[in-house]
Design a protein around this ligand. Structure first.
Ligand code: ADP
Ligand code: MG
Length: 242
């Protein structure tokens, strides 16, 4: 069974075709990079996978669950770190974690235990009582990641997780992601930092204007003198169809 199977996905916003007949299969345990210029349709694809947006055509299954017919089961397998921060600015860290645990049907005792685990894992001990609105950008990112992992999902989807955080925090986040990958999580990452994707991902898909223009193992992008950034620029310039 694949972790994610997208078939002929099309999503329009009025006249804008944000995703245009996209096919995508991601294996379990893969560390997968989704690249593309601004407006390519990455976030829209993620919104369709996670049920934030409805789509016009095609199908999506996550860990064998159809996201339209079996939304709750599909959504429960995913931890999402969205591109835009979305948490109540007045809610303290602990509350935000507790709330998401409740959303996924975790009993109170289990939530309490899990909150301690993720708070420790992401070094949030000193900040646990602080409201979201008072956290620095790096802390917000850590919390969003902790929140995504609260219900221990099989799949982690990260939409530009390192945008606007400093170098040290970025390296710390990479370490977390490597550990999660080693622990068997399937990770889907979108990022503007090609270097980050090159370091972390096993496989990379490039989309442009809602269509897939490349789907290769990382080694294919980085062979010989090439690096991912060079290969990526060439692809998006030429916009070759595969
Ligand atoms: P990416 O994440 O790759 O930068 P998006 O998925 O955010 O791209 O956007 C894809 C296209 O859909 C863009 O043309 C964008 O302007 C459009 N779009 C995204 N969200 C909306 C929305 N809520 N309403 C209208 N158009 C949207
Ligand atoms: Mg986006």
């Amino acid at each position: 069974m694949s972790a994610l199977e997208i078939k002929q996905l099309t999503k329009k916003y009025d006249d804008t075709v944000a995703v245009d007949g996209l096919d995508l299969t991601i294996k379990r345990g893969e560390f997968f990079g989704l690249l593309g210029p601004n407006g390519a349709g990455k976030s829209t694809t993620i919104k369709c996978i996670t049920g934030i947006a409805q789509f016009d055509q095609g199908s999506i299954t996550v860990m064998g669950h159809d996201v339209q017919k079996d939304y709750q089961a599909a959504r429960a397998t995913i931890g999402l770190s969205p591109q835009e921060f979305n948490a109540d600015i007045f809610a303290p860290i602990e509350k935000i974690l507790d709330y998401v645990g409740g959303y996924f049907g975790m009993a109170k005792g289990l939530r309490e235990k899990r909150i301690e685990e993720v708070i420790k894992q992401f070094g949030l001990e000193e900040h646990r009582g602080k409201p979201f609105g008072k956290l620095s950008g790096g802390l917000k990112r850590r919390l969003i990641l902790a929140r995504a992992l609260m219900h221990d999902p099989d799949i982690l989807i990260l939409d530009e997780p390192t945008a606007g955080i400093d170098v040290e925090q970025r390296h710390a986040l990479w370490d977390h992601l490597r550990d999660l990958h080693k622990a068997g999580k399937t990770i889907i990452l979108t990022s503007h930092y090609l270097e980050e994707v090159e370091k972390l991902c096993d496989r990379v898909v490039v989309i442009n204007k809602g269509k897939k223009i490349a789907d290769w193992d990382k080694a294919h992008f980085t062979k010989g003198e090439n690096n991912l950034e060079k290969a990526y620029l060439e692809l998006t310039r030429n916009d070759l169809q595969v």
